[in-house]
Design a protein around this ligand. Structure first.
Ligand code: HEC
Ligand code: HEC
Length: 339
Protein backbone atom coordinates (compact mmCIF):
# COMPACT_ATOMS: atom_id res chain seq x y z
CA UNK A 1 0.00 0.00 0.00
CA UNK A 2 2.78 2.40 1.01
CA UNK A 3 4.76 1.46 -2.06
CA UNK A 4 1.79 2.20 -4.31
CA UNK A 5 1.24 5.52 -2.65
CA UNK A 6 4.84 6.58 -3.18
CA UNK A 7 4.73 5.43 -6.75
CA UNK A 8 1.65 7.50 -7.41
CA UNK A 9 3.20 10.54 -5.77
CA UNK A 10 6.22 10.35 -8.02
CA UNK A 11 4.25 9.71 -11.16
CA UNK A 12 1.73 12.51 -10.79
CA UNK A 13 4.00 15.44 -11.57
CA UNK A 14 5.36 13.64 -14.62
CA UNK A 15 2.15 13.27 -16.46
CA UNK A 16 0.45 16.10 -18.15
CA UNK A 17 -3.25 16.19 -17.30
CA UNK A 18 -3.53 19.30 -19.43
CA UNK A 19 -7.11 19.96 -20.23
CA UNK A 20 -8.44 16.75 -18.71
CA UNK A 21 -9.14 18.30 -15.34
CA UNK A 22 -11.04 21.17 -16.99
CA UNK A 23 -13.09 18.86 -19.17
CA UNK A 24 -13.88 16.82 -16.08
CA UNK A 25 -14.86 19.88 -14.02
CA UNK A 26 -17.11 21.14 -16.72
CA UNK A 27 -18.93 17.93 -17.59
CA UNK A 28 -18.55 15.35 -14.88
CA UNK A 29 -17.78 16.91 -11.54
CA UNK A 30 -21.30 17.79 -10.53
CA UNK A 31 -22.25 14.12 -10.54
CA UNK A 32 -18.96 12.32 -9.91
CA UNK A 33 -17.57 14.78 -7.37
CA UNK A 34 -14.61 17.13 -7.14
CA UNK A 35 -12.28 14.38 -5.93
CA UNK A 36 -14.13 11.76 -7.95
CA UNK A 37 -15.61 10.42 -4.76
CA UNK A 38 -19.01 10.05 -6.43
CA UNK A 39 -22.30 11.75 -5.66
CA UNK A 40 -25.17 11.34 -8.10
CA UNK A 41 -22.70 9.33 -10.15
CA UNK A 42 -20.50 6.43 -9.06
CA UNK A 43 -17.05 7.04 -7.61
CA UNK A 44 -14.44 7.27 -10.36
CA UNK A 45 -11.22 6.78 -8.43
CA UNK A 46 -8.31 5.47 -10.41
CA UNK A 47 -8.70 2.21 -8.50
CA UNK A 48 -12.42 1.96 -9.31
CA UNK A 49 -11.83 2.17 -13.03
CA UNK A 50 -8.64 0.09 -12.99
CA UNK A 51 -10.48 -2.88 -14.52
CA UNK A 52 -12.39 -0.81 -17.03
CA UNK A 53 -10.97 -0.66 -20.54
CA UNK A 54 -10.50 2.54 -22.53
CA UNK A 55 -13.16 1.38 -24.94
CA UNK A 56 -15.57 1.00 -22.04
CA UNK A 57 -14.82 4.50 -20.79
CA UNK A 58 -15.07 6.01 -24.28
CA UNK A 59 -18.39 4.40 -24.98
CA UNK A 60 -19.71 5.21 -21.52
CA UNK A 61 -18.82 8.88 -21.96
CA UNK A 62 -20.28 9.02 -25.48
CA UNK A 63 -23.53 7.22 -24.78
CA UNK A 64 -24.13 7.59 -21.07
CA UNK A 65 -26.55 5.33 -19.27
CA UNK A 66 -30.02 5.81 -20.76
CA UNK A 67 -32.56 5.98 -17.98
CA UNK A 68 -29.89 5.83 -15.23
CA UNK A 69 -29.17 9.55 -14.93
CA UNK A 70 -25.87 9.76 -16.81
CA UNK A 71 -26.28 11.57 -20.15
CA UNK A 72 -24.15 10.94 -23.24
CA UNK A 73 -21.53 13.59 -24.06
CA UNK A 74 -20.74 15.05 -27.40
CA UNK A 75 -17.00 15.52 -26.83
CA UNK A 76 -14.31 15.25 -29.49
CA UNK A 77 -12.03 12.20 -29.62
CA UNK A 78 -9.19 14.36 -28.33
CA UNK A 79 -11.27 15.61 -25.40
CA UNK A 80 -12.37 12.09 -24.49
CA UNK A 81 -8.75 10.93 -24.63
CA UNK A 82 -7.64 13.75 -22.33
CA UNK A 83 -10.47 13.04 -19.95
CA UNK A 84 -9.55 9.36 -19.77
CA UNK A 85 -5.90 10.20 -19.17
CA UNK A 86 -6.99 12.44 -16.34
CA UNK A 87 -9.21 9.72 -14.83
CA UNK A 88 -6.51 7.08 -15.09
CA UNK A 89 -4.01 9.36 -13.38
CA UNK A 90 -1.07 7.32 -14.50
CA UNK A 91 -2.56 3.85 -14.07
CA UNK A 92 -2.18 1.76 -17.21
CA UNK A 93 -5.35 0.87 -19.10
CA UNK A 94 -6.24 -2.83 -19.02
CA UNK A 95 -6.66 -4.50 -22.40
CA UNK A 96 -9.13 -7.28 -23.09
CA UNK A 97 -9.36 -9.44 -26.13
CA UNK A 98 -12.61 -9.20 -27.98
CA UNK A 99 -13.45 -12.90 -28.03
CA UNK A 100 -17.09 -13.44 -27.13
CA UNK A 101 -17.83 -15.71 -24.22
CA UNK A 102 -20.17 -18.64 -24.66
CA UNK A 103 -22.16 -19.91 -21.75
CA UNK A 104 -25.44 -21.36 -20.58
CA UNK A 105 -27.85 -18.49 -19.99
CA UNK A 106 -30.14 -20.55 -17.74
CA UNK A 107 -27.27 -21.71 -15.55
CA UNK A 108 -25.99 -18.12 -15.46
CA UNK A 109 -29.35 -16.91 -14.26
CA UNK A 110 -29.22 -19.43 -11.43
CA UNK A 111 -25.83 -18.17 -10.28
CA UNK A 112 -26.98 -14.58 -10.68
CA UNK A 113 -29.93 -15.21 -8.41
CA UNK A 114 -27.71 -16.82 -5.78
CA UNK A 115 -24.98 -14.21 -5.69
CA UNK A 116 -25.80 -11.01 -7.52
CA UNK A 117 -29.52 -10.34 -7.42
CA UNK A 118 -29.59 -8.88 -3.94
CA UNK A 119 -27.50 -5.95 -5.13
CA UNK A 120 -27.98 -5.63 -8.88
CA UNK A 121 -31.72 -6.28 -8.74
CA UNK A 122 -34.19 -8.92 -9.92
CA UNK A 123 -33.81 -7.89 -13.55
CA UNK A 124 -30.26 -6.50 -13.41
CA UNK A 125 -31.79 -3.03 -13.25
CA UNK A 126 -29.37 -1.89 -10.55
CA UNK A 127 -29.98 -0.57 -7.06
CA UNK A 128 -32.53 2.02 -6.04
CA UNK A 129 -31.40 5.51 -6.89
CA UNK A 130 -28.01 5.96 -8.47
CA UNK A 131 -24.47 6.78 -7.54
CA UNK A 132 -23.16 7.40 -4.09
CA UNK A 133 -25.47 7.64 -1.20
CA UNK A 134 -25.30 10.79 0.89
CA UNK A 135 -28.84 10.48 2.07
CA UNK A 136 -30.19 8.48 4.95
CA UNK A 137 -32.80 6.92 2.74
CA UNK A 138 -30.77 4.42 0.81
CA UNK A 139 -29.39 1.25 2.26
CA UNK A 140 -26.04 1.01 0.46
CA UNK A 141 -23.10 3.34 0.30
CA UNK A 142 -22.96 3.03 -3.45
CA UNK A 143 -25.97 2.06 -5.48
CA UNK A 144 -25.01 -1.00 -7.55
CA UNK A 145 -25.05 -0.03 -11.23
CA UNK A 146 -27.51 -1.48 -13.69
CA UNK A 147 -26.12 -4.45 -15.64
CA UNK A 148 -29.06 -4.56 -18.04
CA UNK A 149 -28.60 -0.93 -19.02
CA UNK A 150 -28.08 -0.76 -22.78
CA UNK A 151 -25.37 1.86 -22.36
CA UNK A 152 -23.47 -0.48 -20.06
CA UNK A 153 -23.91 -3.54 -22.27
CA UNK A 154 -22.85 -1.62 -25.35
CA UNK A 155 -19.72 -0.37 -23.59
CA UNK A 156 -18.59 -3.48 -21.69
CA UNK A 157 -16.98 -6.42 -23.46
CA UNK A 158 -17.57 -10.00 -22.32
CA UNK A 159 -13.96 -10.34 -21.22
CA UNK A 160 -14.14 -7.19 -19.13
CA UNK A 161 -17.30 -8.33 -17.38
CA UNK A 162 -15.67 -11.68 -16.69
CA UNK A 163 -12.55 -10.01 -15.35
CA UNK A 164 -14.64 -7.90 -12.95
CA UNK A 165 -16.56 -10.93 -11.71
CA UNK A 166 -13.24 -12.62 -11.00
CA UNK A 167 -11.32 -9.65 -9.60
CA UNK A 168 -14.00 -7.32 -8.33
CA UNK A 169 -13.60 -3.57 -8.01
CA UNK A 170 -11.14 -2.43 -5.37
CA UNK A 171 -12.55 -0.97 -2.16
CA UNK A 172 -16.18 -1.45 -3.14
CA UNK A 173 -18.93 -3.89 -2.31
CA UNK A 174 -18.19 -5.48 -5.66
CA UNK A 175 -15.78 -8.07 -4.27
CA UNK A 176 -14.00 -10.72 -6.30
CA UNK A 177 -16.99 -13.06 -6.27
CA UNK A 178 -15.57 -15.77 -8.48
CA UNK A 179 -12.50 -16.12 -6.25
CA UNK A 180 -14.33 -15.65 -2.99
CA UNK A 181 -16.98 -18.29 -3.77
CA UNK A 182 -14.86 -20.59 -5.92
CA UNK A 183 -16.83 -20.20 -9.12
CA UNK A 184 -15.65 -22.55 -11.84
CA UNK A 185 -14.65 -20.98 -15.13
CA UNK A 186 -17.86 -22.37 -16.58
CA UNK A 187 -19.99 -20.69 -13.91
CA UNK A 188 -18.34 -17.36 -14.62
CA UNK A 189 -18.87 -17.78 -18.36
CA UNK A 190 -22.52 -18.67 -17.79
CA UNK A 191 -22.96 -15.52 -15.74
CA UNK A 192 -21.45 -13.38 -18.49
CA UNK A 193 -23.76 -15.04 -21.03
CA UNK A 194 -26.75 -14.34 -18.81
CA UNK A 195 -25.80 -10.67 -18.41
CA UNK A 196 -25.15 -10.36 -22.15
CA UNK A 197 -28.54 -11.87 -22.97
CA UNK A 198 -30.11 -8.58 -21.82
CA UNK A 199 -28.58 -6.65 -24.67
CA UNK A 200 -30.86 -5.25 -27.33
CA UNK A 201 -29.95 -3.17 -30.29
CA UNK A 202 -28.45 -0.03 -28.87
CA UNK A 203 -30.12 3.20 -29.72
CA UNK A 204 -28.43 6.21 -28.23
CA UNK A 205 -30.81 8.56 -30.04
CA UNK A 206 -33.14 10.62 -27.88
CA UNK A 207 -36.57 9.09 -27.89
CA UNK A 208 -39.10 11.85 -27.88
CA UNK A 209 -42.36 11.87 -26.00
CA UNK A 210 -45.37 12.56 -28.02
CA UNK A 211 -47.20 14.61 -25.43
CA UNK A 212 -48.08 18.26 -24.95
CA UNK A 213 -45.91 20.53 -22.79
CA UNK A 214 -48.93 21.69 -20.82
CA UNK A 215 -52.43 20.42 -20.30
CA UNK A 216 -55.19 23.00 -20.56
CA UNK A 217 -58.69 22.40 -19.27
CA UNK A 218 -61.70 24.68 -19.79
CA UNK A 219 -63.53 25.21 -16.54
CA UNK A 220 -67.32 25.45 -16.44
CA UNK A 221 -67.08 27.64 -13.32
CA UNK A 222 -65.95 31.19 -12.73
CA UNK A 223 -62.47 32.01 -11.49
CA UNK A 224 -63.14 31.96 -7.75
CA UNK A 225 -65.27 28.84 -7.88
CA UNK A 226 -62.66 27.07 -10.01
CA UNK A 227 -59.92 27.95 -7.55
CA UNK A 228 -61.86 26.79 -4.53
CA UNK A 229 -62.98 23.57 -6.21
CA UNK A 230 -59.43 22.94 -7.25
CA UNK A 231 -58.23 23.36 -3.69
CA UNK A 232 -60.93 21.00 -2.43
CA UNK A 233 -60.15 18.44 -5.05
CA UNK A 234 -56.41 18.62 -4.32
CA UNK A 235 -57.10 18.02 -0.64
CA UNK A 236 -59.39 15.10 -1.49
CA UNK A 237 -56.54 13.62 -3.54
CA UNK A 238 -54.29 13.75 -0.52
CA UNK A 239 -52.34 16.76 -1.60
CA UNK A 240 -51.37 19.29 0.98
CA UNK A 241 -52.56 22.64 -0.35
CA UNK A 242 -50.60 25.86 0.15
CA UNK A 243 -51.88 29.45 0.05
CA UNK A 244 -52.73 30.62 -3.45
CA UNK A 245 -50.45 33.01 -5.22
CA UNK A 246 -51.09 35.48 -7.95
CA UNK A 247 -48.90 34.69 -10.89
CA UNK A 248 -45.96 36.96 -10.18
CA UNK A 249 -45.84 36.70 -6.42
CA UNK A 250 -42.57 35.33 -5.20
CA UNK A 251 -40.89 36.02 -8.51
CA UNK A 252 -39.39 39.33 -7.51
CA UNK A 253 -41.97 41.53 -9.18
CA UNK A 254 -44.11 42.58 -6.27
CA UNK A 255 -45.89 45.42 -8.07
CA UNK A 256 -47.68 43.28 -10.56
CA UNK A 257 -51.07 42.41 -9.24
CA UNK A 258 -52.92 40.13 -11.55
CA UNK A 259 -56.01 38.72 -9.98
CA UNK A 260 -57.04 36.98 -13.15
CA UNK A 261 -54.28 34.41 -12.83
CA UNK A 262 -54.07 32.46 -9.67
CA UNK A 263 -51.55 29.78 -8.91
CA UNK A 264 -52.73 26.94 -6.71
CA UNK A 265 -49.82 25.09 -5.16
CA UNK A 266 -50.08 21.67 -3.65
CA UNK A 267 -47.89 18.80 -2.70
CA UNK A 268 -48.24 15.18 -1.83
CA UNK A 269 -45.64 14.22 0.74
CA UNK A 270 -45.60 10.63 -0.30
CA UNK A 271 -44.80 11.60 -3.90
CA UNK A 272 -42.33 14.16 -2.71
CA UNK A 273 -40.48 11.68 -0.52
CA UNK A 274 -40.42 9.25 -3.38
CA UNK A 275 -38.96 11.80 -5.75
CA UNK A 276 -36.36 13.07 -3.31
CA UNK A 277 -35.27 9.56 -2.56
CA UNK A 278 -34.64 8.92 -6.23
CA UNK A 279 -32.90 12.21 -6.84
CA UNK A 280 -32.34 15.07 -4.41
CA UNK A 281 -32.12 17.54 -7.29
CA UNK A 282 -35.88 17.28 -7.56
CA UNK A 283 -36.28 19.67 -4.67
CA UNK A 284 -36.34 22.43 -7.27
CA UNK A 285 -39.44 21.00 -8.94
CA UNK A 286 -41.68 20.84 -5.96
CA UNK A 287 -44.40 21.56 -5.00
CA UNK A 288 -46.80 21.05 -7.87
CA UNK A 289 -48.87 23.87 -9.18
CA UNK A 290 -51.86 24.54 -11.34
CA UNK A 291 -52.56 27.98 -12.80
CA UNK A 292 -56.13 29.16 -13.09
CA UNK A 293 -56.57 31.86 -15.71
CA UNK A 294 -59.49 34.00 -16.75
CA UNK A 295 -59.29 35.57 -20.21
CA UNK A 296 -60.91 38.79 -21.45
CA UNK A 297 -64.06 36.91 -22.44
CA UNK A 298 -64.42 35.65 -18.90
CA UNK A 299 -63.54 32.05 -19.82
CA UNK A 300 -61.66 30.20 -17.13
CA UNK A 301 -58.98 27.56 -17.79
CA UNK A 302 -56.80 25.41 -15.61
CA UNK A 303 -53.27 24.85 -16.83
CA UNK A 304 -50.84 22.28 -15.53
CA UNK A 305 -47.36 21.64 -16.72
CA UNK A 306 -46.61 18.21 -18.10
CA UNK A 307 -43.80 17.32 -15.71
CA UNK A 308 -42.72 14.43 -17.88
CA UNK A 309 -40.89 16.83 -20.18
CA UNK A 310 -38.89 18.53 -17.44
CA UNK A 311 -38.19 15.24 -15.69
CA UNK A 312 -36.81 13.64 -18.81
CA UNK A 313 -33.78 15.86 -18.49
CA UNK A 314 -32.88 13.81 -15.43
CA UNK A 315 -32.62 10.71 -17.61
CA UNK A 316 -33.97 8.47 -14.89
CA UNK A 317 -36.45 5.68 -15.60
CA UNK A 318 -37.52 5.32 -12.01
CA UNK A 319 -38.41 8.97 -11.90
CA UNK A 320 -40.26 8.91 -15.20
CA UNK A 321 -42.47 6.20 -13.79
CA UNK A 322 -43.26 8.25 -10.68
CA UNK A 323 -43.91 11.28 -12.90
CA UNK A 324 -46.43 9.30 -14.93
CA UNK A 325 -48.27 8.45 -11.74
CA UNK A 326 -48.16 12.00 -10.46
CA UNK A 327 -49.45 13.51 -13.71
CA UNK A 328 -52.22 10.96 -13.87
CA UNK A 329 -53.28 11.82 -10.36
CA UNK A 330 -53.22 15.54 -11.10
CA UNK A 331 -55.32 14.98 -14.19
CA UNK A 332 -57.91 12.98 -12.26
CA UNK A 333 -57.94 15.64 -9.60
CA UNK A 334 -58.67 18.31 -12.20
CA UNK A 335 -61.36 16.25 -13.91
CA UNK A 336 -63.26 16.40 -10.63
CA UNK A 337 -63.24 20.19 -10.78
CA UNK A 338 -64.72 20.21 -14.25
CA UNK A 339 -68.00 18.58 -13.25
C1 HEC B 1 -26.04 13.82 -14.36
C2 HEC B 1 -25.07 13.02 -13.64
C3 HEC B 1 -23.87 12.51 -14.35
C4 HEC B 1 -22.97 13.20 -15.14
C5 HEC B 1 -23.01 14.68 -15.52
C6 HEC B 1 -21.95 12.26 -15.51
N1 HEC B 1 -22.23 11.04 -14.98
FE1 HEC B 1 -21.11 9.36 -15.19
N2 HEC B 1 -22.52 8.27 -14.18
C7 HEC B 1 -23.62 8.81 -13.57
C8 HEC B 1 -24.38 7.72 -12.94
C9 HEC B 1 -25.67 7.89 -12.16
C10 HEC B 1 -23.68 6.52 -13.22
C11 HEC B 1 -24.07 5.12 -12.75
C12 HEC B 1 -25.15 4.51 -13.62
C13 HEC B 1 -25.84 3.31 -12.97
O1 HEC B 1 -26.09 3.34 -11.77
O2 HEC B 1 -26.18 2.34 -13.68
C14 HEC B 1 -22.51 6.90 -13.99
C15 HEC B 1 -21.55 6.01 -14.46
C16 HEC B 1 -20.37 6.39 -15.05
C17 HEC B 1 -19.31 5.48 -15.41
C18 HEC B 1 -19.32 3.98 -15.22
C19 HEC B 1 -18.65 3.72 -13.91
C20 HEC B 1 -18.49 2.28 -13.64
O3 HEC B 1 -18.04 1.95 -12.54
O4 HEC B 1 -18.79 1.47 -14.51
C21 HEC B 1 -18.30 6.23 -15.92
C22 HEC B 1 -16.96 5.72 -16.42
C23 HEC B 1 -18.73 7.61 -15.92
N3 HEC B 1 -19.99 7.67 -15.39
C24 HEC B 1 -17.96 8.66 -16.37
C25 HEC B 1 -18.44 9.96 -16.51
C26 HEC B 1 -17.69 11.03 -17.12
C27 HEC B 1 -16.26 10.91 -17.61
C28 HEC B 1 -18.51 12.12 -17.12
C29 HEC B 1 -18.22 13.49 -17.72
C30 HEC B 1 -17.92 13.51 -19.14
C31 HEC B 1 -19.76 11.74 -16.50
N4 HEC B 1 -19.67 10.42 -16.14
C32 HEC B 1 -20.84 12.59 -16.28
C33 HEC B 1 -23.99 10.13 -13.53
C34 HEC B 1 -23.38 11.15 -14.26
C1 HEC C 1 -23.01 -6.43 -2.15
C2 HEC C 1 -23.51 -5.87 -3.38
C3 HEC C 1 -23.06 -6.49 -4.68
C4 HEC C 1 -23.15 -7.81 -5.08
C5 HEC C 1 -23.68 -9.00 -4.27
C6 HEC C 1 -22.66 -7.86 -6.43
N1 HEC C 1 -22.27 -6.62 -6.84
FE1 HEC C 1 -21.54 -6.14 -8.68
N2 HEC C 1 -21.30 -4.22 -8.07
C7 HEC C 1 -21.66 -3.71 -6.85
C8 HEC C 1 -21.31 -2.30 -6.79
C9 HEC C 1 -21.55 -1.36 -5.62
C10 HEC C 1 -20.67 -2.00 -8.01
C11 HEC C 1 -20.09 -0.65 -8.42
C12 HEC C 1 -18.79 -0.41 -7.71
C13 HEC C 1 -18.22 0.93 -8.11
O1 HEC C 1 -17.90 1.10 -9.31
O2 HEC C 1 -18.04 1.77 -7.25
C14 HEC C 1 -20.71 -3.23 -8.80
C15 HEC C 1 -20.19 -3.35 -10.10
C16 HEC C 1 -20.33 -4.45 -10.90
C17 HEC C 1 -19.89 -4.55 -12.28
C18 HEC C 1 -19.27 -3.42 -13.06
C19 HEC C 1 -20.38 -2.57 -13.61
C20 HEC C 1 -20.00 -1.18 -13.88
O3 HEC C 1 -20.87 -0.39 -14.28
O4 HEC C 1 -18.85 -0.84 -13.65
C21 HEC C 1 -20.22 -5.79 -12.72
C22 HEC C 1 -19.98 -6.36 -14.11
C23 HEC C 1 -20.82 -6.50 -11.62
N3 HEC C 1 -20.87 -5.66 -10.53
C24 HEC C 1 -21.31 -7.78 -11.69
C25 HEC C 1 -21.73 -8.52 -10.59
C26 HEC C 1 -22.05 -9.93 -10.62
C27 HEC C 1 -22.05 -10.79 -11.85
C28 HEC C 1 -22.38 -10.27 -9.34
C29 HEC C 1 -22.69 -11.67 -8.82
C30 HEC C 1 -21.62 -12.62 -8.93
C31 HEC C 1 -22.29 -9.08 -8.52
N4 HEC C 1 -21.89 -8.03 -9.31
C32 HEC C 1 -22.58 -9.04 -7.18
C33 HEC C 1 -22.28 -4.40 -5.83
C34 HEC C 1 -22.50 -5.75 -5.81
Amino acid sequence: MKYKFLLILTIIPLISFAGGREIYSENCEKCHGFSRQGSLGLPLYRSTIANHSDRYLQRTIRNGRPGRVMPGFNLSDAQVAKLIRFLRAGVKAPKYDTALIKGDIGAGQYTYEQYCKRCHGDNLEGGQGTGKNFSWQKDREVSPPSLSNQGFLYAASDQMIKHIIINGIEDTEMISFAKEFNFTDQMTNDLVAYIRSHQKEFNSGEDTIDEPLVFIYKSPHDLDATVSKLRESAAAYNFRVYPNRTLFEGLGEPNIEDNKQIVVRFCNFKNMQEFLKIDPRLGVMLPCRATVVENDEGEVSIIIENYKHALRRFNNDQMNESADELIQKMQEMIEEVLW
